[in-house]
Design a protein around this ligand. Sequence first.
Ligand SMILES: NC(=O)c1ccc[n+]([C@@H]2O[C@H](COP(=O)([O-])OP(=O)(O)OC[C@H]3O[C@@H](n4cnc5c(N)ncnc54)[C@H](OP(=O)(O)O)[C@@H]3O)[C@@H](O)[C@H]2O)c1
Length: 237
Amino acid sequence: MQIKGVTALVSGANRGLGRAFTQVLLQAGAVKVYAGARDPSKITDPGVVPVALDITDPNTVTAAARQCSDVTLLINNAGVMRMSPFIAAPSIEAAREEMMTNYFGTLNMCRAFSPVLGNNGGGALVNMLSVVSWFTHPMNGSYCASKAAERALTDGLRLELAAQGTLVVGVYASFIDTDMAASLGVSKTSADDIARSAIAGVASNQREVCADARSAEIKAMLARDADAFYAGLARPS
Ligand SMILES: NC(=O)c1ccc[n+]([C@@H]2O[C@H](COP(=O)([O-])OP(=O)(O)OC[C@H]3O[C@@H](n4cnc5c(N)ncnc54)[C@H](OP(=O)(O)O)[C@@H]3O)[C@@H](O)[C@H]2O)c1
């Protein structure tokens, strides 16, 4: 898809990767960029159009689809991660919030915007996934489950929307330098670099984009020997 001239909507655009997506899209020649946020007053960058959007609230999702009826590129970026293990967590509330946002919220957006994209010639729909869409780490197991569900959604949508000519792209990344991963003392890729790789992948019509080197490595390791990969996770570090 040619990025120059697109009208895009990015969810969760007030900070982190979402904000980086809006800037990269403007630099790449997007004609209009809607910046979706739960609190649109937090959108202060010039050149973007703030939109009130809570992806778990069907009313704001429907209103956004009506307001942004000219969208040709949807970027489902909004997400939460509560660092919650399956068993050691005090309750399933964090797991529920992650699933409600990352899976059901993204599903809300896909359902509301698929007709918009169809009416505008097909366009592209991008879901921001993660390496943990492919494997489950015990430290944040319920987040991994929600991102795996979001991956299943992405792969199914691709087939369901093929007839209307919508390019459906899953973007995979390891740790990104945003608030979400702030507590983790690991090496991270900048949000700008991830957004640039993702948009380059969309521009070259890739269905799956590994937006950093680590995600490509993990994809290859899992394809080669998933048992060995999980054995590595189980070893005390
Ligand atoms: N950071 C990483 O290491 C990493 C790695 C791989 C993939 N990802 C994925 O990348 C995406 C962006 O994450 P990030 O790192 O930029 O996280 P972040 O810094 O925590 O930002 C998350 C964004 O999502 C928004 N959001 C959360 N729930 C929402 C809802 N119900 N409706 C609308 N917006 C909502 C937040 O808005 P508020 O300000 O209102 O909370 C914020 O703008 C997520 O899908 C995440 O799963 C992140």
